[in-house]
Design a protein around this ligand. Structure first.
Ligand code: NAD
Ligand code: DAU
Length: 362
C-alpha cells in the first residue's frame, strides 16, 4: 500500500479528492492532515470516515515538529498539498494569515519532507512525490483576446492570496531544483461542485437565491473565470501524481469562459426549473450589483494542452452539466449547509464582506 498525506483534506477540493481516490484506487491509504479552520469540515467526509484506508489527523502545516512526526509515523510516500487559505476577499481584508499558511506552511512541509525522505534508506526519487496544488491566479489577469496561459507564462499575481500562492509555487520549484526532490505543481482554474464553502460565488449565489436574498455581483459582472467541475480537477491531479513527470508544472482548466453575470443567471434559471414553486421566481430579480473587489482580476483562461498531450486528460463535465449537478447537490444537502450558515463566524464574515458594498437591484 502507498501512504498518501493529503493536507487540507477537510476543505472543498481536498475532501472531493479523498473521496475520489478511495473510490477509484485500492492501493492507497489516505492520511488527511487538516487544521480544521473555518473552511475545514469533517462533515464533508462522512462517506469515508469508517474506511480502514482513511485516517484523520488534526494539525497545522506550520508546526514543524508535528509534521515531522506525522511523516514518520505514517511512512508517507506522497504528499498532496491542498492546505491553504483560499478566499481572495479574505486575503484583501487580512493578508498576513495568507502569508503564514500559504508561504510558511508550504515551506515547513517541504523542508520536513526533504529531511524525512533523505533519512529514509530508499532513494529520494522513486515512489515519492510532493504534489503542490496551485491556482491560475498566479498569472495575473488577461486582456480580451489575449491567449490562455501556458506553463511558460510569467507570474504576475495581483491579490495577496495569489501572491502567497505564487510564493509557495516558487518554493516548491526551488526544492525540486536544488535538492532533487520529486516535486510537481498543478495550477488550476476556478473549481465548483459539492462541498464548496458558501463564501465562493457559485454556492453563495445558489443559497442566497434559494432564500430570497440579494445575489451580490461585483462591479459590472463581466469578469471571466475558467470554471472546472471539481471531479475533473481530482482526476487531473491523480494523473499528474501517478504518470506526470517530476519537476514539471501542469496547467488545468475547464475551457468554459462565460462572464460572472452569465454564471449567476444560469444558476437562477436552474433554480427556477428545480424549485418551480418558489415564491422568489424568477430568481434573476434578486441580482444586485455591488461595489467591486479591489484590484479585481478581469479574465482568467488556462491552456491545458500539456496535460492533454502528455497524460490524455480532458474535462468530462460541461459547464451546464456541472452546474446542474452542483445546484441539485446544494438543494439536497440543507443540513450540511445549515451547519455552516448557522455559525456566527459565517454570519460575521457575510457582514464584514458585504455590508459596506451597497448595491443596486437589477
Ligand atoms: P478550502 O478553503 O475549501 O480548504 C482549505 C483547507 O485547508 C481547509 O480544510 C482548512 O482547514 C485547511 N487548512 C488551512 N490552513 C491550514 C493549516 N495551517 N494546516 C492544515 N490545514 C489547513 O480550499 P479549496 O477551495 O479546497 O482549495 C484547496 C487548494 O486548492 C488551495 O491550495 C487553493 O489555493 C487551491 N485551488 C483552489 C481553487 C478553487 O477554485 N477553490 C482553484 C485552484 C486552486
Ligand atoms: O481561479 C482559481 C481561484 O478561484 C482559486 O485559486 C481560489 O482559491 C478560489 O477562491 C477562486 O477565486 P475567485 O476569486 O475567482 O473565486 P470567487 O468564487 O470568490 O469569485 C469568483 C468570481 O465571482 C470573481 O470574479 C469574484 C466574483 N464574485 C465573488 C463573490 C464571492 C462576485 O461577483 N460576488 C461575490 O459575492
Amino acid at each position: 500500500m502507498l501512504n498518501w498525506l493529503v493536507t487540507g483534506g477537510a476543505g472543498f477540493i481536498g475532501s472531493n479528492f479523498i473521496q475520489y481516490i478511495l473510490s477509484t484506487r485500492s492501493d492507497i491509504n489516505i492520511i488527511n492532515f487538516d487544521l480544521l479552520t473555518y473552511a475545514g469540515n469533517l462533515n464533508n467526509l462522512k462517506t469515508v470516515e469508517n474506511d480502514p484506508r482513511y485516517t484523520f489527523v488534526q494539525g497545522d502545516i506550520c508546526d514543524r515538529q508535528f509534521v515531522d512526526a506525522v511523516l514518520r509515523d505514517y511512512a508517507i510516500n506522497t504528499i498532496v498539498h491542498f492546505a491553504a487559505e483560499s478566499h481572495v476577499d479574505r486575503s484583501i481584508l487580512g493578508p498576513m494569515q495568507f502569508v503564514k499558511t500559504n508561504v510558511i506552511g508550504t515551506a515547513t512541509l517541504l523542508d520536513a519532507a526533504r529531511d524525512y525522505w533523505s533519512a529514509c534508506s530508499a532513494p529520494l526519487v522513486g515512489i515519492r512525490r510532493f504534489h503542490h496544488i496551485s491556482t491560475d491566479e498566479v498569472f495575473g489577469s488577461l486582456k480580451p483576446g489575449e491567449p490562455a496561459w501556458t506553463e511558460d507564462s510569467p507570474y504576475a499575481p495581483n491579490s495577496p492570496y495569489a501572491a502567497s500562492k505564487a510564493g509557495s509555487d516558487h518554493l516548491v520549484r526551488a526544492y525540486g531544483h536544488t535538492y532533487g526532490m520529486p516535486v510537481s505543481i498543478s495550477n488550476c482554474s476556478n473549481n465548483y461542485g459539492p462541498f464548496q464553502f458558501p463564501e465562493k460565488l457559485i454556492p453563495l449565489v445558489t443559497l442566497n437565491a434559494l432564500n430570497g436574498k440579494a445575489l451580490p455581483v461585483y462591479g459590472d459582472g463581466q469578469q471571466i473565470r475558467d470554471w472546472l467541475y471539481v471531479e475533473d480537477h481530482c482526476e487531473a491531479i491523480t494523473r499528474i501524481i501517478t504518470d506526470g513527470r517530476p519537476g514539471e508544472t501542469y496547467n488545468i482548466g475547464g475551457n468554459n469562459q462565460p462572464a460572472n453575470l452569465e454564471i449567476v443567471r444560469t444558476i437562477c434559471r436552474l433554480l427556477d426549473e428545480m424549485v418551480s414553486a418558489s415564491k422568489y421566481r424568477p430568481h434573476e430579480s434578486l441580482i444586485t450589483f455591488v461595489q467591486d473587489r479591489p484590484g479585481h482580476d478581469r479574465r482568467y483562461a488556462m491552456d491545458s494542452g500539456k496535460l492533454r498531450q502528455e497524460l490524455g486528460w480532458a474535462p468530462r463535465y460541461s459547464l451546464e452539466e456541472g452546474l446542474r449537478k452542483t445546484v441539485r447537490w446544494y438543494l439536497d444537502h440543507q443540513e450540511w449547509v445549515e451547519q455552516i450558515t448557522d455559525r456566527t463566524n459565517y454570519q460575521d464574515w457575510m457582514q464584514k464582506n458585504y455590508d459596506k458594498r451597497g448595491g443596486t437591484v437589477k
